[in-house]
Design a protein around this ligand. Structure first.
Ligand code: NAP
Length: 280
């Protein structure tokens, strides 16, 4: 397998363009073993970016992540997210401490506002910047921010320090290609594509099954190859199955023909007008 391609953050740090999601992990103690094994398998294969959140399993996914990264924290680019209702200036600092406890680490590499809520962005950003200065987080960013939200963020003191925007993006959800994606690319703000396999649905797409067959690949790999082709995009598929994690990692070796890219555009057309950002 080739090396995992990388994306460069505004700070100059390079992170893998393919990482590991953790939503729906840490919810059932009987599945903890296989979830930890899946994340460890991903790390072994170079998928060293892990995306978690205080929301996932109400802290359970962060605890699973702690087990998976035990003894190898320095290999990992660790991302977590804060609930919007915790994102007051002081609330940001307190929620981060709780996440650090669950993750059994002293720092996050990237801390995201999970979606916009009632707290003013000025306060949230001030809390993030306090954490950054204290070395508790390497960088901060946002999630589920549409273009107008990003533009508003840029007007807030230190808003320009935003290091990523994590949004719904996959072949069947291409709306951001109209405006948000090019805007982020122009500014060097990576887009983290969540639900890159459309929560498993793209793995059952007839068109993707057809294209994948010609390469002895799988439909999930085609869905991931579509994202890996794009500049400044980091895909974070989730799997609690170590073999599927390996399958997803091997998407980096898939090299589609021009004819197949055209077929994908026909089956999943790019946007021709602005539509509000979708969320899952
Ligand atoms: P996803 O990664 O598109 O799909 C996950 C689903 O696909 C799971 O059911 C998984 O099942 C299945 N799957 C994974 N690999 C597969 C393969 N090779 N073949 C067939 N099925 C496969 O969806 P997601 O979990 O919603 O999104 C990924 C991550 O993005 C999340 O885990 C989370 O970290 C993040 N996220 C963020 C937000 C946000 O608001 N910021 C929202 C949603 C998600 P198995 O586990 O059984 O393999």
């Amino acid at each position: 397998m080739s090396d995992i391609p990388t994306v460069t953050l505004p700070s100059g740090i390079s992170v893998p363009a393919l990482g590991l999601g953790t939503w729906q992990m840490g919810e059932d103690a009987r599945k903890a073993g296989i979830e930890i094994e899946s994340l460890k398998r991903g790390l072994d294969l170079g998928l060293t970016l892990i995306d978690t959140a205080e929301m996932y399993g109400e802290g359970g996914a962060e605890k699973i992540t702690a087990e998976a990264i035990a003894g190898r924290r320095d290999e990992v680019f660790l991302v977590s997210k804060i609930y919007p209702w915790n994102a007051s200036r002081k609330g940001v600092v307190d929620a981060c401490e709780r996440s650090l406890d669950r993750l059994k680490t002293d720092r996050l590499d990237l801390y995201l506002l999970h979606w916009r809520g009632e707290h003013p962005l000025t306060e949230t950003v001030a809390g993030f910047e306090e954490l950054r200065r204290a070395g508790k987080i390497g960088a901060w960013g946002v999630s589920n921010f549409d273009l107008d939200d990003m533009q508003e963020l840029m007007e807030v003191p230190d808003g320009g320090m935003c290091a990523a925007n994590q949004v719904l993006y996959n072949l069947s959800r291409r709306g951001i290609e109209y405006d948000l994606l090019p805007w982020c690319q122009e500014r060097g703000i990576p887009v983290m594509a969540y639900s890159p396999i459309e929560q498993g649905r793209l793995a059952r797409s007839g068109e993707l099954i057809r294209i994948a067959k010609a390469y002895q690949a799988t439909p999930a790999q085609v869905a991931l190859a579509f994202l890996l082709e794009r500049d400044g995009v980091i895909a974070i598929p989730k799997s609690a199955n170590p073999d599927r994690v390996a399958e997803n990692a091997e998407a980096v070796d898939l090299d589609l023909s021009e004819a197949d890219w055209t077929a994908l555009d026909a089956a999943f057309p790019p946007p021709s007008r602005k539509a509000p950002l979708e969320m899952i």
